[in-house]
Design a protein. Structure first.
Length: 117
């Protein structure tokens, strides 16, 4: 099983980034996917979730990112994305993707996002 994140980097406040998480080694289409983040000295927090299409395909977001972040998936590419717009300094963190189901819980290694002028 592998989850490989990419797309992080340094961006100015108000800018945008798109994170990608490429999955392999499990049935991606039937898996629920989430993005988490962890800032230095803080606990890891859930940012966004997309449920598998078979279970409804709904999305949920942390309140502070609603209207700015969008989670979406391409099952043909086994990839989940996090489009982040209007980024703020408080969005600075390591972002990790998570694949989960009834009896499994897989994690990527994370990608750094830094929002600073």
């Amino acid at each position: 099983v592998q989850l490989v994140e990419s797309g992080g980097g340094l961006v100015q406040p108000g800018g945008s980034l798109r994170l990608s998480c490429a999955a392999s080694g499990f049935t991606f289409g039937s898996s629920h996917m989430s993005w988490f983040r962890q800032a230095p000295g803080k606990e890891r927090e859930l940012v966004a979730t997309i449920i598998s299409a078979g279970a409804g395909g709904t999305t949920t977001y942390k309140d502070s990112v609603k209207g700015r972040f969008t989670i979406f998936r391409d099952n043909a590419k086994n990839t989940v994305y996090l489009q982040m717009n209007n980024l703020k300094p408080e969005d600075t963190a390591v972002y990790s993707c998570n694949a989960w189901g009834a009896d499994y819980d897989y994690w990527g290694q994370g990608t750094q996002v830094t929002v600073s002028s």
